[in-house]
Design a protein around this ligand. Structure first.
Ligand SMILES: [Zn+2]
Ligand SMILES: [Zn+2]
Length: 129
């Protein structure tokens, strides 16, 4: 281990680094997104550079989007909601249950698990009292 990362910018203007362990060039933004998600971006998902700078791979500049929403952001409305793809609000304010094409949005099951745990804790406290 030298700890020195080999990097390059590919012909499309994206940063890559050489993954010694895998023996291949890897897109830096995809690796950052992988850390954010805790999994690899899936086929049908696109890692988007929020400020439009393809070489700015800071975590806060990257978001993983469905292909259809990503296309809409690039082709129709750069300020469209990252979550549902509609115009006029941000993902943080989004309460949509379907995306702009009418597909159901997946609910985040982890959030529901957290709420369950909290409820159970509260019940235990009351019993002990
Ligand atoms: Zn993009
Ligand atoms: Zn939305």
């Amino acid at each position: 281990m030298t700890g020195k990362l080999k990097t390059r910018v590919n012909s499309s203007g994206y940063r890559q680094f050489y993954d010694e362990r895998e023996g291949r060039w890897v897109f830096t933004h995809r690796r950052v997104a992988e850390k954010q998600l805790g999994r690899e971006p899936l086929p049908g998902e696109e890692v988007h550079h929020i400020n439009g700078d393809k070489q700015d791979n800071r975590s806060r500049n990257l978001v993983t989007l469905k292909d259809s929403i990503h296309d809409r952001i690039h082709q129709e409305d750069p300020d469209a909601c990252f979550r549902c793809g509609r115009s006029g609000h941000w993902a943080a304010d989004c309460h949509a249950t379907s995306d702009f094409e009418g597909n159901d949005l997946d609910l985040d099951e982890d959030d529901f698990d957290d709420e369950w745990d909290d409820d159970e804790w509260d019940d235990d406290d009351e019993d002990d009292f």
